[in-house]
Design a protein around this ligand. Structure first.
Ligand code: MRU
Length: 335
């Protein structure tokens, strides 16, 4: 098995994109080849690949694949990019990456697939470097001997590199600042108990998974000092869109005197979004909830509400770590 530092769930070489199928983890490590925009959109919307930065990187490579298919038809390429942007609504990294790909178009008679490929590779490489910088900045905020709770999955599976919140936790653990790691299971898709657990085990970091309903008791026990999460979009005022349940953790954390750190690359900032009020929250099929409960066919009358992200008000966040440094409240990402 690769070490996490060298591990990436997105592989691209010579026009071939491969994704580790996250739906099958931790039971099976199986890679899927992506050879069209249709297969990239399906992979993003079916959560073969997920996590805000990883979605952006995948879309950038898919834009290169589309450029090879439509080398002589810029309008068709643009339409493919428009379709890619709609694959999932909440993570701004997707539209951010596609905008960068549009700007990398050199405007010649034919699309320059090599130039576009260089841009996609740069987006990927920049995310790896951002992860590293955030890990150091974030770990620097944590005093020795701390316990942390994280939510969803924010490591190599969700990014191009060591991860966002996960990178901070891994660095903090290696520096001896973090002694206890807890991961919420993250219903209904179980990113915590399937993916974060898999990554923590691979990294050799001892951990405990808990059901989300146990978070208040965990905080009351005094075992944790920080909640550390990633983000899918951060508004100009510091409101944070992230996996459903993040808001609950932030409210609980404030009540218990536990600090809340959000870790995300600058590609997750959305300066044009004044607050979290207008961030689109993805609603997924209620079937995910029944499946997590072991119910294949819900009996008549069983209904579900399944928003998969929520908005944490910026005033509940103690610091936001990007590759540019540690931002303290009041937040202002408008520029
Ligand atoms: O639905 P998902 O699994 O794509 O949601 C992912 C998250 O909410 C992560 O916390 C976020 O993308 C940050 S990952 C670096």
């Amino acid at each position: 098995m690769d070490k996490l530092e060298n591990f990436c769930a997105i592989r691209y070489a010579s026009g071939v994109l491969e994704l580790l199928d996250q739906r099958l983890l931790p039971a099976r490590e199986q890679w899927i080849s992506i050879d069209s925009v249709d297969s990239a959109i399906a992979a993003i919307s079916d959560l073969v690949v997920r996590g805000a930065p990883a979605i952006g990187i995948t879309a950038a490579y898919a834009a290169v694949i589309a450029a090879r298919t439509h080398a002589e038809d810029r309008a068709a390429w643009q339409r493919e990019l428009n379709r890619l942007v709609r694959a999932r609504p909440t993570a701004v990294n997707l539209s951010w990456a596609i905008e960068r790909m549009r700007r990398a178009d050199t405007g010649g008679e034919r699309l320059d697939a090599e130039a576009l490929e260089r841009e996609a590779v740069a987006i990927h490489a920049e995310d790896i470097a951002a992860n590293q910088a955030m890990a150091e900045f974030g770990a620097g905020q944590i005093e020795p001997g701390c316990g942390v709770l994280t939510h969803c999955n924010t490591g190599a599976l969700a990014t191009g590199g060591v991860g966002t919140a996960f990178g901070v936790i891994a660095a903090g653990y290696r520096l001896g600042r973090i002694e206890r790691v807890y991961a919420g299971e993250t219903r209904p898709w179980l990113q915590g108990s399937r993916l974060t657990a898999w990554e923590l085990a691979r990294a050799g970091i001892p951990f405990k998974v808990l059901i989300e309903g146990a978070a208040a008791s965990l905080m009351a026990s005094g075992e944790i000092d920080w909640v550390i999460t990633g983000a899918d979009r951060i508004a100009a005022n510091g409101d944070v869109a992230n996996k459903i349940g993040t808001y609950s953790l932030a409210v609980l954390a404030r009540h218990h005197g536990v600090r809340m750190m959000v870790v995300a690359p600058a590609s997750t900032l959305d300066p044009a979004m004044p607050s979290g009020d207008n961030i689109a929250i993805e609603q997924r099929d209620g079937e995910e909830i029944w499946r997590a409960a072991g119910i294949d066919r819900p009996p008549a009358g069983f209904a579900a509400w399944n928003p998969v992200f929520d908005i944490t008000p910026g005033e509940l966040v103690d610091c936001i770590v990007t590759e540019q440094g540690v931002h303290q409240p009041p937040f202002d990402f408008s520029a």
